[in-house]
Ligand binder design. Sequence first.
Ligand code: SF4
Length: 312
Amino acid sequence: MKYKHLFGPVPSRRLGLSLGIDPVPYKTCSFDCVYCECGATTKLTAARNEYIPVDEIISELDSFLSSNPTLDYITFSGSGEPTLNIVIGRVLSYLKKNFSQYKIAVLTNSSLFSDPEVREELLLADVIMPSLDAVSENVFQKINRPASGINISEIINGLIDFRKEFSGKIWLEIFIITGINDTDEEIEKLHAVLNKINPDLIQLNSLDRPGTENWVVPADEETLEKFKKKFADLPVVTISNYQNREKIGSYNLKIEDAILSTISRRPCTAEDLSEILDIHIAELNKYLDTLHENGRIEAVKKPRGIFFKTTV
Ligand code: SF4
């Protein structure tokens, strides 16, 4: 069966061997983050809908999981915001009823957490990985560029409420953007809010390779240290504390070779590669990250987007 809404299993640093479910069409998102590795948001919306019919998702899951594959997690993620699909709660409850041996994670930008229905739909998950990059409205607007009607104070209140309602793990991610959310004032505000949300883990992330906007640069060690010092009383880690992807069982060297051989002939964007190699963009991004980290590819910004080429 050819899967349209599942991808992987991918070698995920944080989740190990993870089967991805992408429940919305490409770049359907409530944010247009300056650091997004999937490119600019093409459908910016806060409207929930059955973007992918529930039956399509369930039939793909039935087919994939029928062989009882070894997985660490089944993860709602992809190239947009998973909670925009109104059926997310139904898929979660189907998985828990029929494939209870698997743990479920949801990656979310938190934008819809002010909606009690969204929060309730996520209660069956084992791990929720929400993002929170800012506390001040102007910083939030600069980094996440949300759909109209979304504001950061409602998101924060939603996250505080969710902590009281949810008995699973919350691993909250903060993406550090040098010069935007790394001021002493913003870090102070984040610290106060994190104390209220009380996540089980705070993961500091920074750019691996060029994002949507080329002025976004990776946070240096000094900046990461500044955050870690201010959050010393909180359960904080940096993404680099996780194991290398190559050591995760599902890391597929054939995919790596296919990427290298394609871009050695002509530089390609992630979207081009995803189409040429018929690999989901979120899965492809994991390999691009590793190849970039290991210095085997480089990224060049051109008018049509970020192009990847080999370094040798
Ligand atoms: S990083 Fe996530 S939330 Fe931000 S634009 Fe990309 S898909 Fe949407």
